[in-house]
Design a protein around this ligand. Sequence first.
Ligand SMILES: O=C(Nc1ccc2c(c1)CCNCC2)c1ccc(-c2cn[nH]c2)cc1OCc1ccccc1
Length: 340
Amino acid sequence: MVRYAALKGLYDVDKTIGCGGFAKVKLGTHVATGEKVAIKIMEKNALGDDLPRVKMEVEALKTLAHQHVCKLYQVIETDSHYFMIIEYCSGGELFDHIVEKNRLTETESRKFFRQIVSAVAYLHSLGYAHRDLKPENVLLDKQQNLKLIDFGLCAKPKGGMQAHLYTSCGSPTYAAPELVLGAKYLGSEVDIWSMGVLLYALLCGFLPFDDSSIENLYRKILSGKYDEPSWLSCSSKRLIRSMLQTDPKKRITIQELCNHPWITAGFLNPVSFKKNTNFEKDKEVLVTMSAICHEDREHIWQKLMEGSRTDYRTATYLLLLDRKLRGLPLRLSSASRTHF
Ligand SMILES: O=C(Nc1ccc2c(c1)CCNCC2)c1ccc(-c2cn[nH]c2)cc1OCc1ccccc1
């Protein structure tokens, strides 16, 4: 039987490109537009207690729309599987990019780090904390733009960003001292620490706290002591110190980070967390869709607004919008008429 009957006619499925803990990522093609996508496949009964993470990720990604957050186009749920149709990031992991170049220059690091800060500032402005920021969760698209992935651990505390979280999660190597201690913590503050580890990895090519034994790793994190290689500039060292601050109350905040001299050096303006992608109403895209499915534009837009934001119609709209933003002609296969 066709392995993924639920995708038939909607997405062509190609090779597997990644296997995470409870998910497999395959390359795919959105049939109606011919656009490439990533298909994250999760087997329900293999998810176990990871099931809430999937629901958390879907809910978060449905809300989030930012140029540096990996876009969710569609969610298909069957009795046995979840399929998440996600933005194609052919640049692979930022981690591989760093390893390949040994380490990045200050200018290159700044370009990537500004994009991370912009994405995290946007998350925090909506009351979300990622809580699992690490190089493996930062992908690059074809234009070397950064895309944050894996919102399975992101939290939107009920009491807003000042409410304390307790679940210890994420990977120890990037975990802040208060997380390691199992103390109560603020999602926003642990994200700043993880971004400090990320910035260190960009500039140095290795991690500030690393040890094969988990006890030694924890001891190093709690000490807050790490090497400062000779090639680090003074301003880089100052910025990293302000992020890898063991006392979360003394740690730099996301707002201060957006305006930090190291971040703004060479740029005209501080990092803004304004997203430049909205779910804005695009006439040309709606005209293209209405030509195929013989519905008028308003009716299509209405259904898009009312829909769950994770159906084939939404995927088609967003992928056409992406094509337009890349200056490509809008095209739809007439066979797709029956699907939205
Ligand atoms: O599009 C994604 N990945 C991806 C696509 C194309 C290519 C590569 C990678 C690099 C490998 N050579 C072929 C080119 C892609 C998109 C989203 C997600 C994703 C979003 N939430 N969770 C996962 C994961 C993705 O991948 C995982 C991956 C696979 C191989 C290496 C690096 C990364």
